[in-house]
Design a binder for this molecule. Structure first.
Ligand code: UD1
Ligand code: UDP
Length: 366
């Protein structure tokens, strides 16, 4: 007799979510007992913040689109809850998988858990211990109420246990972002995006910035841009600009980056194009969560413009270092002089996380 087919919602919302759901979608599609469906909340909606990733990862169009768009934290969280609850009433799945730490992650979790629908959190247990970060609030709430907690690294297990979570809810599954890279690697290696931007292999720096702590304050952002201009006199910089950052640069009237000869500003890039730049860069300056992990995997020197990180293994084991804006030029100089740590790859960052998760779901009583 044929067993039950599990209906599984994969919640995707913002740029860093697509590379977390893609490997799992493909893996579950291969299992005869699973019926994975992509639920896009619409938190990110520009072509190059959303659609491009569906193409990059060979995903079908989302099965359900909630169309919530931008807003304040409460608006965005509330609208996802209201819209997703309607779907849950109509046709509840057997399991909801939420990923990462964006507003849609906590919103979908709240809506589902209150209706008794089981929720698994992929990338559980990460903590920056900085509650001024909206993502830290999202992580804490999601992990407190989700049924299954899937961690990317052992520090995640430790944090959850320290918070009193019962160990049977927690499983170390590994880092799903590495699955995406392994999946796309051939296509990434075939490109040479840097040439099109007038740069040479291994002879440019790559920049991404979008955290409110770096870009939402006019004076702070202007100072940070001045540091980037100074660095660009030593090594050319490529900077794909996030829509939040573009909005802030315009609102504060900051033009120093546009005027710098050696800074190449671009729109946000698709995954393959962006990872081709990561792969071939000399160093990265970022405040992204995902980029800290990708550089650790690829052993590329990464300078993270933040006071803390929820991904400490990228610092203790990987090639990442935290940095204050005023220290940036010095840190870049020392990398250019050849001084940086080589790093190692954390356990279970091996491209096999989606397979481990599918095996695990099969053991749940859903
Ligand atoms: C969100 C996440 C953050 C994640 C980041 C990834 C939260 C609280 N923040 O931050 O954790 O690191 O995504 O990129 O969930 N905008 C566009 N087009 C889009 C999307 C956004 O123009 O497709 C602009 C809008 O003006 C919007 C602003 O960017 O107001 C910020 O978008 P939002 O999703 O609220 O936060 P992010 O800064 O993108
Ligand atoms: N990324 C991308 N194009 C870009 C910048 C980033 O494809 O122009 C990818 C990057 O490789 C990583 C993910 O987006 O996989 C990280 O997303 P982001 O920095 O927006 O969010 P965070 O990880 O900080 O939440």
């Amino acid at each position: 007799m044929k067993g039950k087919i599990l209906k599984i919602h994969l919640i995707a919302a913002a740029r860093p979510n697509f590379m977390k759901i893609a490997p799992l979608y493909h893996e579950l599609k291969r299992r005869e007992w699973a019926d994975p469906m992509i639920v896009h909340t619409g938190q990110h909606y520009d072509l190059n913040m959303s659609d491009v990733f569906f193409k990059n990862f060979g995903l079908p169009e989302s099965h359900i689109h909630l169309g919530v768009g931008s807003g304040t934290h409460a608006q965005q969280t509330g609208n996802v809850m209201i819209e997703y609850e309607k779907i849950l009433f109509e046709s509840p799945p057997d399991l909801v998988v939420v990923v990462g730490d964006v507003n849609s992650t906590v919103a979908a979790t709240l809506a589902a858990v209150k209706l008794g629908v089981k929720v698994a959190h992929l990338e559980a247990g990460l903590r920056s211990f900085d509650r001024t970060m909206p993502e830290e609030i999202n992580r804490l709430v999601t992990d407190a109420i989700a049924d299954y907690l899937w961690t990317p690294s052992v520090d995640g297990n430790q944090n959850l246990e320290n918070e009193g979570v019962s160990p049977e809810k927690i499983t170390l599954v590994g880092n799903i972002m590495i699955d995406s890279f392994v999946m796309a690697r051939k296509n990434i290696e075939m490109l040479d995006v840097y040439s099109g931007l007038g740069c040479k292999k291994g002879e440019f720096g790559l920049v991404t910035l979008h955290r409110p702590s770096n870009v939402d304050n006019g004076d702070g952002l202007a100072r940070l841009c001045e540091h980037l201009v100074a660095i660009s006199k030593k090594i050319p910089l490529i900077f794909p600009v996030h829509p939040r950052t573009l909005g802030k640069l315009k609102a504060f009237g900051i033009v120093s980056l546009n005027e710098a000869e050696n800074i190449h500003l671009t729109d946000p890039l698709g995954y393959n194009d962006f990872m081709n730049l990561v792969f071939n860069s000399k160093l990265i300056i970022t405040d992204s969560g995902g980029v800290q992990e990708e550089t650790t995997y690829l052993k590329i020197p990464c300078i993270t413009l933040r006071a803390n990180t929820e991904r400490p293994v990228t610092v203790t084991q990987g090639t990442n270092q935290l940095c204050k804006p005023e220290e940036l030029c010095k840190k870049v100089d020392s990398i250019l002089e050849g001084s940086f740590k080589k790093g190692s790859i954390p356990e279970f960052w091996d491209g096999k996380t989606a397979g481990r998760i599918a095996d695990l779901i099969k053991t749940y009583k859903l």
